[in-house]
Write a protein that binds this ligand. Structure first.
Ligand SMILES: [Zn+2]
Length: 117
């Protein structure tokens, strides 16, 4: 099997787990939440309280599971969300900056503050 996943093209995902993001397109447009996980292969992110999927489960007395509806976040495409800057409070495109010590950080394109701690 060829190593096709080692492609030269850079991942466009600037969003990271724990980021505060705002949904800019789709069913949940306008909402915001914290990123719970990032799937770089699928280009999707899971954001808390966004894109809730309702799953009906059967009761399983052996595992003490009550039947009913379980709500779970589904992944949404990264192009539908933008990171929210903690400094200016607005959703922004992500810029990159290299600090004098060589550390690469993400920056807010609006106010140029660093998004990474
Ligand atoms: Zn900002």
């Amino acid at each position: 099997m060829a190593l096709t996943h080692e492609r030269a093209e850079r991942s466009t995902i600037g969003i990271r787990k724990g980021d505060q993001v705002r949904v800019i397109a789709g069913r949940d447009a306008g909402k915001s939440g914290r990123v719970l996980s990032v799937n770089a292969k699928k280009n999707t992110v899971v954001v808390e309280h966004i894109a809730i999927m309702k799953r009906h489960t059967r009761p399983n007395p052996g595992k003490n599971i009550k039947g009913g509806i379980v709500e779970k976040e589904a992944g949404i495409n990264v192009s539908n969300v933008m990171v929210v800057c903690a400094n200016c409070g607005k959703h922004s495109r992500i810029g990159h900056n290299i600090l004098p010590d060589g550390t690469k950080v993400r920056t807010c394109k609006r106010c140029n503050s660093t998004l990474d701690k």
